[in-house]
Design a protein around this ligand. Structure first.
Ligand code: MG
Length: 169
């Protein structure tokens, strides 16, 4: 049987799988929620990290988001374990600045909640707050590739921030 299906139940199963994949790459949803809070906390006084986590959970239930996570984290992992051919492997391992496909893939996540997400994503990508800085630093290790992970985490936080903005208008 195929490992994927059109069923709603499958989104829940895939949610567990992508959350587990991120945990194995050292990122918990709570840290992403903290980043979302950093993006929106000042603007919305009644916001809490728990509410942010609910929105992060909502984001990782979306199939487009799950597919982007599956794809990006797999490429990071394959590059690390030397299963990617050159010249791509070096571009991924070195987080080559002109590669750009990592940001483009992450836009598939941001896209789900519209234009506010884009603004937040640009902001996160530039300032690299909190968990993003840690992921970036870790990615500089010779044996580590976080080229897709930083953008994916930033995009999930931005999408959740956008979901919150729609809710609290
Ligand atoms: Mg990147």
């Amino acid at each position: 049987m195929a490992e994927y299906s059109e069923e709603r139940l499958d989104d829940v199963r895939t949610r567990d799988r992508v959350v587990d994949m991120m945990a194995r790459r050292g990122v918990e949803l709570e840290e992403i929620a903290a980043l979302t809070y950093a993006l929106q906390g000042e603007r919305i006084p009644e916001l809490t990290e728990a509410i942010c986590l609910e929105h992060v959970e909502r984001v990782v239930m979306k199939r487009e988001v799950q597919n982007a996570i599956l794809t990006g984290l797999e490429l990071d992992r394959l590059a690390e374990s030397n299963h990617v051919n050159e010249p791509l492997r070096s571009m991924l391992m070195d987080d080559y600045g002109l590669y750009g496909v990592d940001e483009v893939l992450a836009l598939a996540i941001v896209n789900v909640y519209g234009s506010i997400g884009f603004t937040n994503f640009g902001y996160v990508d530039k300032l690299k707050p909190g968990v993003i800085a840690r992921i970036d630093e870790e990615g500089k290790r010779e044996d580590r590739c976080n080229t897709f992970l930083d953008d994916i985490v930033g995009a999930i936080a931005s999408a959740a921030a956008s979901s919150i903005a729609h809710r609290y208008g």
